[in-house]
Design a protein around this ligand. Structure first.
Ligand SMILES: *Cc1c(COP(=O)(O)O)cnc(C)c1O
Ligand SMILES: [Zn+2]
Length: 432
């Protein structure tokens, strides 16, 4: 028996062959293209426009991603998890902008999500879709944050889940999984290995599969960050958005969100999307520069301090390439040293503490600026995708790298005075 679909979804369209499927006809990917046959949700915008308007949003007090529910792939009767996901702050970073010689810079702080990264937006959708299917177990592979997000969202609704993460994931992220009560498989291999194993297990045991760029609905959750950015800017879309890129699902999600709003006529242009990659994991940057076909380009060996964007074969590479190409954006590449330096630079300039992959977006802005890719009066958003507390060892490295250290004192006031004098902190003369 065919279950009723989601009324405002027209089809799921294969990004390779363009074939369209009814949402109940396929589980995840295009049957003709196997694991590579990523599907894109096609909406009936006329139907959506009857259900939501900019005016409605003005009066909507649901400050979470669910305020955009008519734009999400949910059935009308679906209930959503209780954790508050979305509506993260968009901060105007005037001082930072001035230091860079720019006029308009905002930081979208998705480190403020319940589990500390933007991945909560996708995992929230995964939990709803899994419950729609009556799944006993949800599974995902992850470099850490998608897993932590799934673990937290599942805990909020008592949903069983199995997580595949590389053993090398930062301890804070593994701790989150265990604290939330997930079943954790620490894979003695890379994220790419964990991904393959997770696909096999999901198929074998019939678990609901949340994997990025396999489950077509994850992009739909991630796109809510673009919807929020535009609403928070009074529907004046920014000129450019900087975002770090691993698998490419977030940048694809941003693209989707901006396209949705453009189709609805709520914004008059789509921002340039600037994908920032770590030099040691720059598959998409290389493909873009060398005009390589990402369907045939072989995987690379990925190594970077920014674990969240370490991906030898970016799973959402088709959507990521389209996001950059169609918006006349760019990929930029930053070194691990530049990423680490961006952590305290961003924190000191704005008060936002990012994990390496979050700070990478800011490092990318610095790189693009020095390459003359941005203009002083452009309106620029830097998307910070993950919280600095996710990776304390690399935060410590980032300050060691610039020579910032704590001052150890004996437990005497005399020693405190010694340090205060040494630092020139006594009296009003040193007010900053
Ligand atoms: C997952 C993640 C990214 C990269 O997102 P992709 O969809 O893999 O490109 C960037 N930053 C953080 C903090 C993440 O968790
Ligand atoms: Zn296909």
């Amino acid at each position: 028996m065919r279950k009723p679909g989601v009324e405002h979804i027209l089809s799921l369209k294969c990004l390779i062959c363009g074939k369209e499927y009814h949402p109940d006809e396929v589980e995840y990917v295009c049957p003709d293209h196997g694991d590579e046959g990523i599907l894109d949700v096609q909406y009936d915008y006329e139907c959506i426009a009857r259900r939501i308007s900019q005016g409605d949003l003005l009066h909507n007090t649901d400050y979470s991603m669910w305020r955009y529910r008519p734009l999400l792939p949910l059935r009308a009767d679906a209930s959503v998890p209780p954790l508050l996901v979305g509506w993260t702050p968009l901060l105007r970073a005037n001082r930072l902008a001035a230091e860079l010689g720019l006029k308009h810079v905002w930081i979208k702080d998705d480190g403020r999500q319940p589990t500390g990264s933007l991945k909560d937006r996708a995992s929230a959708i995964a939990v709803v879709k899994a419950q729609e299917k009556g799944a006993q177990v949800i599974t995902t592979a992850s470099t850490g944050n998608a897993a932590a997000a799934l673990a937290g969202l599942c805990a909020s609704v008592r949903q069983r889940n199995v997580i595949f993460v590389p053993q090398s994931a930062p301890p804070a992220k593994i701790a989150q999984l265990l604290v939330f009560g997930s079943q954790v498989l620490l894979v003695q291999g890379s994220y790419d290995d964990a991904f393959e194993l997770c696909l096999l297990a999901a198929r074998e045991y019939g678990w609901y599969n949340r994997n990025t760029a396999y489950n077509p609905y994850m992009t739909e959750g991630k796109k809510t960050v673009a919807l929020e950015i535009c609403e928070q800017m009074g529907w004046q879309a920014p000129d450019a958005v900087f975002v770090s890129v691993g698998d490419g699902c977030i940048i694809g999600g941003l693209h989707k969100g901006f396209r949705d709003l453009y189709h609805l006529g709520w914004i008059d242009h789509i921002p340039r999307l600037i994908g920032v990659q770590a030099a040691g994991s720059a598959y998409l940057y290389e493909a873009w520069v060398n005009q390589e076909d990402v369907l045939t380009k072989p995987p690379i060996a990925a190594h970077t301090v920014a674990d969240s964007i370490s991906a030898g074969l970016p799973r959402d590479r088709l959507k990521a390439m389209a996001a950059v190409r169609d918006t006349k954006g760019a990929f930029v590449r930053v070194s691990d040293d530049e990423i680490l330096a961006a952590i305290p630079a961003l924190a000191r300039g704005s008060g936002v503490f990012a994990e390496p992959a979050g700070a990478a977006a800011y490092a990318g802005l610095l790189k693009a600026l020095s390459d003359g890719q941005v203009h002083a009066d452009e309106r620029i958003v830097v998307l910070v995708t993950g919280n600095g507390l996710k990776d304390v060892p690399n935060a410590m490295r980032s300050v060691e790298q610039i020579g910032t250290r704590a001052h150890v004192v004996e437990k005497t006031f005399a020693d405190v005075q010694r340090v205060v004098q040494q630092l020139n902190l006594s009296g009003a003369s040193s007010s900053v």
